[in-house]
Design a protein around this ligand. Structure first.
Ligand code: M6R
Length: 613
């Protein structure tokens, strides 16, 4: 999981170093434990690497006044080898003629490394990446294209690589298999860029092409040549970038996470905009390319996702079964990709991914695609890999989500998937009147969320009070069960405390053994259908001295007799309660993390987008 950026131009005034550092900043969401840059100047390879954020690399190159004619750069999320300077990319061959950066995992690196070590090659790092550069050097006689072909043939696993070679002063070589790599070029200005994510190029003037399946690119300022692994020249289609709206500044908030939590009345509204028909009590999607007949024929839905998007998938599955009456399964993409799934003719696949770059979700999508499934992507990022793989993409329109901890994307996913459920239900049995009732409830959401946000100081108090606990259970039933999973994920991700989401009824089947005065239970009481049952579970916790905080409907004041604390939320129907309850839980996690002094927007060990398995 890492970000690659490269630049080659023909004008003296453009500094590839500055351009690459700016590019890396836009890719920092892919990893931020170390960074590096290398390139050529006057026939020499120069490089710098630093541990930590891109800022450290920027400080270092400006102190050293680094100048390069062509550059490749990298921001890392460690897979093999600790986040040290030696393990940071670029990596070099023994003679320092070649510099290489890599995103992905080389699965047979150990075997290749053993072979090369036997031949006398000295390895400096603990990374899997270093084998690529030594292999290249091993195969290189006088033709880089040939050396790259032979190298790719030996490598197993996923990769996107960028290379500079001393013998090729004004060019970059690149290759990709499974991992994304975009090339942006401008014939008029004679410059070419390379990036893991086309959006990081931030330039609507460029022609963009994507490398696939072992394709190799030879990138010069005025010419881009693409070859397949057999060395045959390829003709590629290009596209222009549609730039994303939304600012990448905190707008006065202390953290991006807080800003994004507070954006939710607007982002939920945006997810609904131009997608509701009040008159017919249904939804419509201008970006949906399937015919009504195809959608009416769907008799099974399969949802694929990871992390927070997976939790949105769990909620959506209950909605689709209960409201649209379509059998729906949710699969964890990382497990599903190896499952040899059964995909029947009328199965619709919905892949949910904020970034559209999650490697496991993309691999699962490719697997079902190979089996002939039709795929709808639910995604926030235009031009992302998922949007290219899916048959149709429904966009969240939430604007850039910068904080690693996903907040507004989750509630936009829920809003969008509620609308999609309504649409599918209306294509089937749901009456216009029932559809209109659902629409009315949906339309109330932005206001309802604003009410909760106005009470943020009360949640802050609760966050402070509970910030000393190292162990948490989040309990819920029905729609509040995935809400609990999501709430627990938020807390552990940014506070580094042990938090588990659990179906409340299951507590007595084992986990209740953990309850004592040192484990806080947070009960998500937003489901009216199961409220009485949850109440009994809360009593069971109380009987064992467990501290309890309830997030509950205003009418459920009896909770005050049992719980240590209650935070009241406005009345909302069960099927939509996940949205306001999750937002209250997001704030709760945020204030606990703040109290504990963690790095909220960039928590340790994480990356915004998980682009390796
Ligand atoms: O971009 P995606 O929605 O595919 O990302 C999936 C997960 O990596 C992501 O939701 C992750 O769990 C978040 N950091 C949670 O806040």
């Amino acid at each position: 999981m890492c970000g690659i950026f490269g630049y080659v131009g023909s004008s003296e005034k453009d500094n590839p170093v500055t351009i690459c550092i700016e590019g890396l900043k836009n890719l920092e969401y892919r990893g931020y434990d170390s960074a590096g840059i290398a390139g050529l100047i006057n026939g020499k390879i120069l490089a710098h690497k630093t541990v930590g954020r891109i800022q450290a690399l920027e400080d270092c190159v400006s102190k050293e006044n680094l100048k390069l004619q062509v550059a490749i750069a990298h921001t890392r999320w460690a897979t093999h080898g600790k986040p040290t300077k030696i393990n940071a990319h670029p990596h070099f061959d023994s003679e320092k003629k070649i510099a290489l950066v890599h995103n992905g995992i080389i699965e047979n690196f150990k075997k290749i490394k053993d072979r090369l070590v036997k031949e006398g090659v000295n390895f400096e790092s603990d990374t899997d990446t270093e084998v690529i550069v030594h292999l290249l050097s091993h195969y290189y006689e006088s033709d880089m294209l040939e050396a790259l072909q032979r190298t790719l043939e030996d490598l197993e696993g996923s990769l996107a690589i960028a290379i500079v070679h001393k013998d090729y002063p004004n060019q970059i070589f690149a290759a990709a298999r499974e991992n994304p790599l975009a090339i942006g070029f401008h014939k008029g200005t004679c410059e070419a860029y390379l990036s893991s994510d086309p959006n990081a190029l931030r330039n609507a003037e460029l022609d963009i092409l994507y490398l696939h399946n072992n394709e190799i690119a030879v990138i010069k300022p005025d010419e881009i040549d693409i070859f397949n692994i057999e060395g045959k020249k390829q003709v590629k289609e290009t596209e222009k970038l549609e730039l994303e709206e939304g600012s990448a500044t905190k707008d006065g908030y202390e953290h991006f996470m807080l800003k994004e939590i507070f954006q939710q009345p607007a982002t939920i509204q945006k997810a609904m905009e131009n997608r509701i028909s009040d008159a017919f009590g249904t939804a419509h999607f201008e970006d949906l390319t399937f015919s009504t007949h195809e959608l009416q024929s769907v008799n099974r839905i399969l949802i694929l996702a990871c992390g927070t998007s997976l939790h949105a998938g769990y909620v959506a599955a209950s909605l689709l079964e209960n409201i649209a009456r379509i059998p729906t399964e949710v699969e964890i993409a990382s497990e599903f990709r190896y499952a040899n799934p059964i995909i029947s003719e009328n199965t619709l696949v919905i892949a949910i991914s904020q970034s559209g770059e999650t490697a496991d979700t993309i691999a699962a999508v490719r697997e079902v695609k190979a089996k002939g499934a039709k795929i709808i992507g639910v995604c926030n990022v235009k031009h992302s890999t998922l949007t290219r793989e899916a048959d149709s993409t429904l966009f969240l329109k939430a604007g850039p989500e910068i904080s690693v901890c996903s907040t507004k994307a989750f509630t936009s996913q829920l809003t969008l998937l509620s609308l999609f459920t309504l649409f599918m239900a209306r294509l089937r049995h749901l009456s216009k009147e029932d559809g209109q009732d659902f629409v009315k409830e949906l339309r109330k959401l932005p206001m309802l969320v604003s009410d909760i946000l106005e009470q943020s100081s009360r949640i802050e108090e609760l966050g402070k009070k509970y910030s000393g606990f190292e162990h948490f259970f989040f309990l819920g039933r029905r729609y509040m069960y995935p809400t609990s999973l999501e709430a627990a994920l938020k807390l552990k991700e940014i506070s580094y405390v042990n938090a588990t989401g659990y179906p409340a009824g299951e507590l007595k089947h084992g986990p209740i053994a953990l309850i004592n005065e040192n484990l806080a239970t947070i009960a998500m009481c937003g489901n009216k259908q199961t409220f009485q049952k949850l109440l009994s579970n809360i009593e069971e916790v109380k009987a064992r001295n467990g501290p309890i905080l309830c997030f509950a409907n205003e009418e459920h004041t009896q909770l005050e007799e049992i719980a240590d604390d209650v935070f009241y939320l406005p009345e909302v129907m069960d099927t939509l309660a996940c949205i306001p309850y999750s937002i209250a839980a997001q704030l709760f996690s945020y204030y606990i993390a703040k109290e504990r002094g963690t790095d909220i927007d960039k928590p340790r060990n994480l990356a915004k987008s998980v682009t390796v398995e």
